[in-house]
Design a protein around this ligand. Structure first.
Ligand code: SF4
Ligand code: SF4
Length: 245
């Protein structure tokens, strides 16, 4: 609404700012523009906030905010070579806080080779940006189907302190690698003992400490949400003692 023609102008502008007014209209019609453009920061989108606050981004926040869109990341990305995927585009959309990234399956094409990170002239890391977005997709449920195949490995980490050979994958791996590999896997602890080597697994005390960390950081909760038998109590029920104080 125009304030010309005298009278008392509405002191509240469309964007909610209170304008200084006199009976002849606003004292300074540019004040609102100046305040909104130069003084008040625009709201930071949730996605940008989440990326900036993620601990894995601690070395890359400056690079994330100053991405040049030079495309060097895309030129060296193996996934971009073979798929309809561009880390340069991921960087731009993430910087814009584009919420459609949270429904975009293309972030799962990245396989964390970190070529983009090592070549970026700004120090950005699309590899880490993808990790944050994937985590958000898993939290929202959409991304679960991309990670549930790894739950068996994660349970091994929870129980033994390392991935080892998840039982669900063993038959498939044996089929791929052959009977001699399977024989080796079935006897590897004996073979290690004959060679004078200790168990390849961490001590039960170390594994128990890892479980404490996994419980504290929510790792086991996320696994349990996928139906995996983990979490405080689950390991005890299987006869594996937790770490003691
Ligand atoms: S290489 Fe770095 S600066 Fe260039 S587009 Fe990729 S993320 Fe942005
Ligand atoms: S880490 Fe991912 S985005 Fe970066 S170069 Fe490798 S596959 Fe591409």
């Amino acid at each position: 609404m125009s304030s010309s023609g005298g009278g008392t102008a509405n002191p509240v502008s469309e964007n909610g700012h209170v304008n200084p007014v006199s009976e002849n209209g606003p004292l300074n019609p540019y004040a609102t523009i100046a305040r909104s453009v130069f003084i008040e920061e625009p709201p930071v989108p949730d996605l940008v906030q989440r990326i900036l606050s993620d601990p894995r981004m601690h070395d890359h926040t400056g690079g994330f905010l100053s991405c040049l869109q030079c495309g060097i990341c895309t030129s060296g990305c193996p996934a971009a070579r073979f798929a309809d995927y561009s880390p340069r585009e991921i960087s731009r959309r993430a910087r814009d806080g584009d919420p459609t990234l949270l429904e975009d399956d293309s972030v799962w094409l990245c396989f964390y080779c970190y070529t983009c990170q090592s070549r970026c002239p700004r120090g950005n890391s699309v590899a880490v940006i993808n990790q944050v977005i994937r985590g958000m997709q898993v939290e929202a449920g959409r991304g679960v189907r991309h990670v549930e195949m790894f739950a068996d490995w994660a349970v091994q980490f929870y129980e033994k302190g390392m991935g080892g050979t998840p039982p669900e994958f063993l038959p498939h791996l044996a089929e791929a690698f052959g009977p001699r590999w399977r024989e080796f896997i079935d006897h590897r602890e004996e073979i290690r003992a004959q060679l004078g080597l200790g168990s390849m697994y961490p001590s039960e005390h170390a594994a128990g400490e890892m479980r404490v960390l996994m419980d504290a950081t929510g790792f086991s909760d996320r696994l349990a949400a996928m139906g995996a038998p983990v979490g405080p109590g689950a390991v005890v029920a299987k006869g594996v003692a937790p770490v003691s104080d």
